[in-house]
Design a protein around this ligand. Sequence first.
Ligand SMILES: [Fe+2]
Ligand SMILES: [Fe+2]
Length: 181
Amino acid sequence: MSENVTQVMMDEHQLILRMITLVEQNSARVRNNDFSDWAFFIDAVDFIRNYADRYHHAKEEDVLFVELVKNGMPEKSSPIEAMLMEHDQGRALVKGMESAALTLQAGEPGGEKELVENAEAYAALLRGHIQKEDTILYPLSERVLPGGVRGRMLRAYEEADRRMADAEPRYRTMVERYEAV
Ligand SMILES: [Fe+2]
Ligand SMILES: [Fe+2]
């Protein structure tokens, strides 16, 4: 039985989905003029940039996708190209979220529409993205990656975790704090 190299990523998806749920709930409240804690959206941007992107997507882009290509998955017109494109689309939407949230936090009116449009688009994109990885790309990875590469993949994940050792507890605490509100 070869080592599983995607369970850790699926576990990270669970925390990302919890933040996405908060983003959706608070965006709906902004639409109803019932929420103005702009710091939440600044924190959500921090979570997405550092936990979802730097911590989680880095493992995909620097380890998992690289091994898939080495083991025969094409780079172009492939699931990998589609996933990378979605990572980039997410980064653009997060920029939009951030600039609107900073404008609102500075007390300038009128950023609500830009904020919720970017936030809702990001949430929808990432939900679909995670769904595709959990149900298609990761199971496919478990089928095609040979046992011999898995040890070094797990070591590379651990190395990435060591470089951001505080990310898991820090962002888990952030999610729990907002869930408790
Ligand atoms: Fe991804
Ligand atoms: Fe992912």
